[in-house]
Design a protein around this ligand. Sequence first.
Ligand code: FCB
Length: 430
Amino acid sequence: MTHVLQFYSVNTTLTAGNGGVLSFPPHFLWGTATSPTQVEGHILNEWTDYRARDGRTCHPACDSYHRYPEDIEWLVRLGVKGYRMGIEWSRLQAGPFAPLNQAELDRYLDQLDRLQAAGITPMVVLHHFSNPLWITKHGGWLNRATVEAFVDYVAKLVAALRGRVRLWNTFNEPDTYGSCSYLIGEFPPGDKWRFRAYCRVIRHMAQAHVRACQVIRQAGPAGAVEVGFSKNWTSFEALHPWSPWDRSIAAMSHLFFNRFVLHRFLGDGRREAATFLGVNYYGRVRFKHTRPMIPTFDFSRDQLAAMGVICDDMFERHPSGMEGALEKMQRQYGLPIYVTEHGSASTDEVFRERDLKENLVALHRAMGRGVDVRGFFYWSLMDNFEWQFGYAKKFGLIGVDFSDEKLPRVMKPLGRVYSAICRDNAVLNF
Ligand code: FCB
């Protein structure tokens, strides 16, 4: 379905290019994000024994399982008003259709109550790249029965958290999960080039998403509850537009990772299930001689920079792509948008500050053109376990020293910059 771009009243409150001040609308939700496997530690899911490239595991990550009260103090110090956090399915159910584990539930309830007391709105993510072992054992998301098991879990969880959670995020980046697990072998189960498996996983997740949205919206007071999934938006391009091979690979990637997934989740009327669309935007991937020009594919940042490809430790930075992606998605689906993740990994904090501001300028421009963006969540609250890369990628606003078993946290320069943005509800000196 194609929707006409609407112009919202926020336009009048946006003051771009005003002596270097970009103001955001009142009630714009400034937040930050984490996920259970990446920060909690002490987790029993298919990541537990997974060894990342640095030889380490997701245990104990940041030990947020025990230290969430302290982490909430950091959120307060940052001055964010939103926290996108996951609830880990494997902690709560011991098998299909089992009752929720009360002790584990109580811990999450305490976390949510502390957030509320601190004036921080949680956005709860139901699936962020991890499954209970009993789901993995039965084929994970390849098995249609996983949809029923997930919907049962969601119904029980929603009932248990009634009144505490207003913002729900069903699935985080099904495209990344499906491709890393079944195409490039980087996530458990580590399969490669199983295109049909990838499509099947996406289809099942999309079915589960629609059903979970119904459960959530029926349970919550109408109008108050918001629910959506988060799509990773990556632009795929050929480095040299005249290369037919690179253009074909880029077109195929776009078809598989963007169009197919958006269609399964939002096409044919399925968009009516959700109330918003989450967009995770990091940058773009360009291909040269069929190889992706990004640091994680064995190029150094300097080599890439010499070719005009400016990267953090993960992806090419491409702020104007954020603007284009947001406009395109608003036009196509007409749902309000939350930018549920953006961030950069680097130990160069000056680079990260520039990256953040450039992306917020692009976001602001999109809003000025009528895109209804309701909030922005910086990835991540703190340095954490970055899946196949282990602890090497530094995405945090807060630093964590993983060489010290006490896992001390420290505010980073970017944390201070972000804190000022949240406080001023504006980007200054961009
Ligand atoms: C996203 C994931 C998140 C984190 C960031 C860097 O794709 O959702 O967990 O790994 O990338």
